[in-house]
Design a protein. Structure first.
Length: 175
């Protein structure tokens, strides 16, 4: 059943804080909120984009640095400062004409609950809250910001025989 679901995925949607980051936010004296991202997650994200998968970000968090990070990886569907993730997901999937069964979503906390119940493959990092773990069909052994995103992307791409890149660039994940 899980293997079959991996074969059906065409679209990846990720929350940011607690999924692509470890959930810590550093508040600077200038008022900026700083996050760290894992380079291995970045490699997997840009590879999924190169392979033709739809990749989207839906986050309540916002900031120019986040926007630039995701744009640098080739992600075009970047929705930041979102309070209603369900409406954003529905609108995005309608625009790209993708069925919810083809979507893998990774979230970690209560704001992701409703949207995760909508998709074909809800997933979460190892350190997600219990309510999210309870509805996830896959709980990564990795924590948020520590390659949980790479884990799910790699699983899908390997099952679909799209993982190995014959000509990888060392610059791909660092953009």
């Amino acid at each position: 059943m899980f293997l079959q679901k991996l074969k059906e995925i065409t679209t990846f949607i990720f929350d940011v804080d607690g999924v692509l980051t470890n959930g810590d936010i550093l508040a600077s004296d200038s008022g900026e909120f700083l996050r760290t991202f894992n380079i291995k997650d970045g490699y997997a994200l840009q590879l999924a984009v190169k392979r033709g998968y739809q990749v989207g970000i839906i986050s309540g968090g916002k900031g120019q640095a986040m926007q630039k990070r995701f744009e640098g990886l080739g992600i075009k569907a970047i929705f930041l400062g979102v309070s209603d993730k369900v409406t954003v997901l529905e609108s995005y999937l309608e625009k790209i004409q993708v069925n919810t069964n083809q979507v893998l979503y990774m979230g970690d906390d209560i704001p992701d609950l409703k949207v995760m119940k909508m998709v074909g493959l809800p997933t979460c990092p190892a350190d997600a809250v219990p309510e999210i773990k309870a509805i996830s069909q896959y709980v990564s052994p990795y924590t948020g910001g520590k390659t949980a995103v790479r884990d799910v992307i790699e699983k899908v791409l390997r099952v679909q025989e799209n993982w190995f890149d014959e000509h990888p660039s060392a610059a791909d994940s660092g953009k």
